[in-house]
Design a protein around this ligand. Structure first.
Ligand code: UDP
Ligand code: MG
Length: 319
């Protein structure tokens, strides 16, 4: 008896993608067809488009496609909840209704052909397969360098992620079940999924330009995403504040000695204006940074203790 083929679900977060979807959906369907032809996936594999409270015609486009092809399914969130939350909503929707789910962006910057390689590896027993960019030629110089700086910064701050992997990955249904047990509101999938720790592998691909529309992740959003990632996973910044405080205390003792010696043995005490000004500013900014970092954590606790739902699905196109 030949083993049963897996049902594959492709999960796509979509925020204001009315121009990209008409190009990317046919390409994804083509991938499904090739999977089926190559006996890698079952005929009932499908695509779940997840509308993240778009304010253009994204949902209409999804409804249109669903009418003509039931392999196209959709969910729609009541509000814009951001890439990570809508992705989670999609993954939790397909959990129990597929053997493996692949998350991919709607703009096809992640090469959909890599899905075939991912599914092959899934057949070989891997349960989490990370899509990793082999190059960033098509990103702007600025995006490329800031993105790399973020990866390094996260690493220094104690957050382990897969280098140059965004959210393009395959997860087995078992991995989805394990993911469902993580109840945090401050969701950073790239940090959580390596912690699940099932057998994993990577597939490299070339990152393309957006097929249409423009990036919803400008620099400021990337920065806040990175800070969120670090403060969700690591308390190391707080440890650093403490260490800095200790070092400053040592410096403070030296300064105190210097001041006392000057007081007793020198006539030029008023000459200390410059050092006084400098230390006020240096300490002032350090204190503010420290309070800010602590504030980040308290903010996180504040959000977590409320246990609010992470998303609300308002519409669903399934059958
Ligand atoms: N996205 C989303 N909600 C948001 C922002 C983005 O669902 O609030 C989706 C978007 O439609 C795309 C993916 O997340 O499918 C990645 O966004 P984008 O391509 O704009 O980011 P970039 O690739 O430029 O980092
Ligand atoms: Mg993109």
């Amino acid at each position: 008896m030949t083993p049963a083929l897996p049902t594959i679900a492709i999960v796509v977060p979509c925020y204001n993608e009315e121009t990209a979807l008409p190009i990317s959906i046919p390409k994804m369907l083509d991938v499904l067809e090739r999977l089926e032809k190559q006996k890698l996936a079952k005929w009932d594999s499908y695509i779940l488009l997840c509308n993240d409270g778009s304010n253009d015609h994204t949902w209409k486009v999804i409804e249109e496609f669903h009418l003509h092809d039931t392999r196209i399914r959709g969910i729609s969130l009541a509000h814009n909840r951001g890439h990570q939350n809508v992705l989670l909503a999609g993954l939790m929707t397909v959990k129990g209704h597929c053997d493996a789910a692949i998350s991919i962006d709607a703009d096809l910057q992640d090469d959909p052909d890599a899905i075939i390689e991912m599914v092959r590896k899934f057949h070989n027993g891997k349960e989490i397969i990370y899509g990793v960019r082999s190059s960033r030629d098509t990103d702007t110089w600025f995006k490329r360098n800031t993105a790399h700086a973020f990866y390094s910064f996260q690493k220094v701050m104690g957050l382990e992620t897969v280098y140059d992997h965004a959210d393009y990955r395959l997860m087995s249904n078992r991995a989805l079940n394990l993911l469902a047990q993580y109840g945090e509101s401050n969701l950073f999938l790239r940090g959580i999924i390596p912690q699940i720790g099932l057998e994993n592998d990577i597939v490299t691909y070339k990152r393309n330009e957006r097929v249409a529309g423009e990036s919803k992740y400008p620099f400021a959003k990337m920065l806040s995403f990175s800070i969120d990632g670090i403060t969700s996973f690591s308390a190391r910044p707080m440890r650093w504040i403490f260490m800095t405080g200790l070092i400053l205390l040592l410096v403070d003792i030296l300064v105190a000695l210097y001041v006392l010696v000057s007081y007793f043995f020198s006539d030029h005490i008023s000459a200390g204006w410059a050092s006084l000004m400098l230390s006020i500013w240096a300490l002032g900014s350090l204190i503010l940074i420290a309070i800010g970092i602590v504030g980040e954590y308290i903010g996180k606790i504040f959000v977590e203790v409320k246990h609010r739902p992470r998303y609300a699905i308002s519409d669903k196109l399934w059958d």
